[in-house]
Design a protein around this ligand. Structure first.
Ligand SMILES: [Zn+2]
Length: 417
């Protein structure tokens, strides 16, 4: 049992700050939270809870990156590297990416495209305590036509039967959701980002089969036609949603009626603005920023995700994506919601994370400063706790039983319980 106390506790993005707050953690779970005085006298805390006073920091829920690729290294040529690497090499890279996310305060991440169901293996290794990383929600192979966007991840499908079979295979292999490439993309040769890759009917087959199996669908869509088809098929989240026209410029084919439809359908949008935003802005103007604010003004629920791992977008640069959302015009509280509880809802993990509440998993970070005043405070991470496992700073030896690095898989509870 551990009691974390801090000068300020922000239990949720929409909540008031509690001065001199604390969180009582038992194993992987939050037992109680609130003003630290009563917590010290809490029935459970009296039985020898270790008190960790974090001092002049803000304690808040762990952050969520709703769009990552652990198998991309975030350097100048991530696609070439993924295609050249063996599965063993990919696995090692993915474990490194997971640690980088965690160090940046990300305690939940959704991997939206990996080879060979490796993301499922990494997810399970982290859940068992064999590897360090955020809770993972995994999509495995993105569904795409032959030669379509990210075909090299193994998800090529060209008929209704192939689409159904690929969704069923993901179910059998333990993927958490389905990713479908509704349009082309920027990273690969093949269809242009503004070209729709599947018909609305094909997308509907994917969504219906996924929903039948209890899986959500994330639709990658840049061009407006692809976005419209993904909305018609009722995908659960739309990735990028950049309204790129045939000129390739984000927002040049923005459709306010479609924005209203996205909002009315309750579809979340992950615009994947990231550390590249200032460079893009210099080159093309604030085009993605205008799309984000346009969607937001139409009532669309924006969630934070960075496409971490793609060209020159390292996993550790997560907070730069939040700064870009703030720079676009979202209020700090809205950005924080996009990075916590709203993202948790979009991923279907809000019963476990996204806010500091008794019964939820202990996913906590502490930062120096007030992120509601200045989102950049999130760069100054002083503590990362994921499912009760204190990752940073490293917990002192003897605080937890030694981990079993091999042997049969251990079920939860996590090793530092
Ligand atoms: Zn992506």
């Amino acid at each position: 049992m551990r009691l974390y106390t801090a000068a300020a506790l922000l239990p949720a993005a929409s909540a008031d700050v509690i001065p001199n707050g604390g969180v009582l953690v038992d194993g992987a779970r939050i037992v109680a939270s609130g003003p630290s005085g009563p917590l010290r006298a809490h029935r459970d805390a009296r039985h020898g809870a270790e008190v960790i006073d974090l001092g002049d920091v803000t304690l808040l829920p762990g952050l969520i990156d709703a769009h990552v690729h652990l198998g991309f290294d975030g350097g100048p040529g991530p696609v070439a590297r993924m295609r050249a690497e063996t599965e063993a090499e990919q696995l090692i890279l993915m474990l490194r990416s997971a640690r980088e996310l965690l160090r940046a305060g990300v305690t939940t991440a959704r991997d939206l495209g990996a080879r060979a169901f490796l993301d499922v293996a990494v997810r399970d290794a982290i859940a068992r305590g064999t590897a360090d990383g955020p809770r993972l929600v995994t999509a495995a192979r993105p569904i795409t036509p032959a030669g379509g966007h990210c075909w090299f991840m193994g998800g090529e499908c060209d008929s209704p039967d192939e689409l159904r079979r690929m969704v069923r295979l993901h179910h059998r292999m333990g993927a958490d959701l389905i990713k479908v490439m509704a349009t082309g993309g920027f990273m690969t040769e093949g269809p242009a980002p503004w070209h729709a890759q599947f018909t609305a009917g094909e997308l509907r087959i994917v969504v219906e089969e996924a929903h039948r199996l209890g899986r959500r669908v994330a639709a990658h869509a840049h061009g407006t036609e692809g976005i419209a088809r993904a909305v018609a098929a009722r995908a659960d989240t739309i990735e990028h949603c950049s309204f790129a026209g045939p000129d390739g410029i984000f927002g040049s084919a923005f459709d306010p009626v479609l924005a209203d439809e996205i909002a009315a359908a309750g579809i979340f949008v992950c615009p994947t603005i990231n550390v590249q935003a200032p460079i893009m802005r210099e080159r093309y103007g604030p085009v993605l920023e205008e799309v984000i604010m346009g969607l937001s003004e139409h009532g669309v629920q924006i969630i934070a995700g960075t496409d971490a791992g793609t060209d020159d977008c390292p996993h550790g640069a997560y907070v730069c994506g939040l700064e870009a959302l703030a720079e676009a015009g979202l209020r700090a509280r809205d950005v924080l919601g996009a990075a916590t509880l709203r993202a948790a809802r979009a991923l279907g993990v809000d019963d476990r994370t996204g806010s500091v509440e008794p019964g939820k998993d202990a996913d906590l970070i502490a930062v120096r400063g007030d992120p509601l005043r200045d989102i950049s405070a999130l760069h100054r991470v002083e503590l990362v706790v994921a499912r009760g496992n204190q990752f940073f700073p490293p917990a002192p030896a003897g605080m937890h039983p030694p981990r079993s690095g091999h042997g049969p898989a251990m079920a939860e509870p996590a090793r530092r319980a």
